[in-house]
Design a protein around this ligand. Structure first.
Ligand code: HEC
Ligand code: HEC
Length: 411
């Protein structure tokens, strides 16, 4: 992570470049009538893409010890959809990361074991299981796994996929490590089927007892005993690295299609990188600095951590999320407390803490009133909408090798 000083300097530098570029633009377009034979500058952002360091996504990086093959990704897909990975066999990864919900779950705080239904219709403790005690809500909002392959990428010069930070507080690195965590969590996937320390080994034993999985693991990994926790993780991570969306109108615009953004979106982009200061934290190809900031989002009373989810360093900081495909992944923030994108821009515009645990001195220094007008707020929202590319893999397997209900208890 950059030191605060470097970062502040860079942000200052970016803003200065931006102001120079804007004034140069005003200057060149105010030529006298006779000098304007050449087509006038038609795009408000002409020449500014490189100055503002706006970037599209590079190809996905794969770890050297886990290169992609189609068969491995397809095995990962089955594991992602198969509730055999859930202790009580009612939860799959996809229960909370569904392609129809932008690979999120469309609710404020995720509902795991013993819930039923999908997305906004999902309810807790309605799955009919008899458990030692009721299952609490998951304390955090489920982020999308779309483009999670790129977590940690702050410039399109590349990144180390084994160091990709995971979760709202980046407490684990890499998709390979991450996919071993939900199956051990009682509320997310495990229930009472086995102890948390036994979860992954128990799942490997379950998989090894299903001939179709044994065949698929053997085809992908070879060897005499290929159904291991490590290979499970490699397959799931490989599948997730194929769940990307890289061709939003914003990307098309950066690639040179000046018509890909509406004029409101272009103005929104300028505000995002200027007056509204969003790009101080949301920059680079993922529109995230992958750093932690306290925005003072109100606590969610439904959270088992209420009245205080103190986040990273117990300072109420959370990792800046990507803004790609945000139109698909509401409600927003680490606890789902903001309902829509306009709420967020209005919240940032007000620039004050909404959480009594977060005093003004704890707030991110960029949280000061922005003075955006209603029109400007709407233009920023329009720009955020240009970051969506719905042309991603939404394939739903027709069956999973365990024979269990595809996707878990989501009917
Ligand atoms: C009960 C719902 C639920 C289930 C089931 C679930 N997740 Fe998640 N997932 C979440 C929540 C909530 C978070 C954020 C947790 C946090 O930040 O503390 C998360 C975070 C993630 C992240 C990190 C994304 C990022 O940008 O940091 C990945 C990747 C992910 N899940 C993949 C999976 C995989 C793979 C499985 C299956 C093995 C799975 N999830 C099962 C709810 C769920
Ligand atoms: C100081 C750094 C910072 C600034 C400046 C900033 N953000 Fe964020 N943004 C964050 C962090 C951190 C979160 C997550 C906060 C949380 O969950 O508590 C976030 C969350 C979001 C989300 C929710 C995404 C999701 O999936 O939940 C959106 C949308 C967003 N910001 C847009 C903006 C816009 C638009 C601006 C400018 C008006 C802006 N941000 C300014 C750091 C920042």
């Amino acid at each position: 992570m950059d030191s605060i000083v470097t970062k502040k300097w860079r942000n200052h530098f970016r803003l200065s470049l931006f102001l120079i570029a804007t004034s140069a633009l005003l200057f060149t377009s105010s030529c006298k009538k006779d000098d304007c034979e050449d087509p006038p500058v038609t795009d408000p952002l002409d020449g500014m893409i490189s100055l503002l360091d706006l970037q599209s996504l590079p190809p996905v990086s794969y770890p050297l010890n886990n290169p992609i093959t189609t068969e491995k990704a397809e095995l990962g897909r089955l594991l992602f959809w198969d509730p055999i990975v859930g202790g009580e066999k009612d939860m799959a990864c996809v229960t909370c990361h569904h392609p129809g919900l932008g690979y999120g779950d469309g609710i404020d705080l995720a509902i795991g074991v013993n819930g039923s239904g999908l997305g906004p219709d999902r309810t807790e403790n309605t799955g009919g299981l008899i458990l030692s005690m009721p299952i609490a809500r998951v304390p955090r909002n489920a982020p999308t796994i779309l483009n999670s392959a790129y977590n940690g990428l702050t410039s399109n010069n590349g990144y180390d996929p084994l160091q990709s930070p995971m979760f709202w507080d980046s407490r684990f690195n890499s998709l390979e490590t991450q996919c071993q965590k939900p199956p051990t969590s009682r509320s997310e996937m495990r229930g009472d089927a086995y102890a948390d320390v036994d979860a992954m080994d128990s799942i490997a034993l379950r998989l090894a007892a299903i001939p179709e999985y044994v065949q698929l693991f053997t085809d992908v990994f070879g060897g005499t005993n290929p159904v291991t926790v490590e290979n499970y993780a490699k397959a799931v991570a490989t599948f997730e690295r194929t769940i990307v969306s890289t061709n939003s109108p914003y990307d098309q615009y950066l690639a040179g299609d000046l018509t890909a953004l509406s004029s409101d979106q272009k103005n929104g982009l300028i505000l995002f990188n200027g007056k509204a200061r969003c790009s101080n934290c949301h920059y680079g190809p993922m529109l995230s600095d992958y750093d932690f900031h306290a925005l003072g989002i109100p606590e969610n009373p439904a959270s088992p951590l209420f009245p205080a989810d103190s986040g990273k360093y117990k300072e109420f900081k959370f990792r800046t999320p990507t803004l790609r495909n945000a139109t698909l992944t509401g409600p927003y923030m680490h606890n789902g407390m903001l309902e829509n994108l306009k709420d967020i821009v209005e919240y940032m515009n007000a620039g004050v803490s909404g959480n009594s645990n977060v005093t003004p001195d704890m707030l991110a220094s960029d949280m000061t009133p922005l003075g955006l007008t209603e029109t400007e707020i709407n233009q920023i929202v329009a720009f955020l909408e240009s970051l969506t590319d719905e042309n991603f893999d939404q394939i739903v397997p027709t069956s999973v090798p365990s024979g269990l209900t595809v996707g878990g208890n989501i009917q």
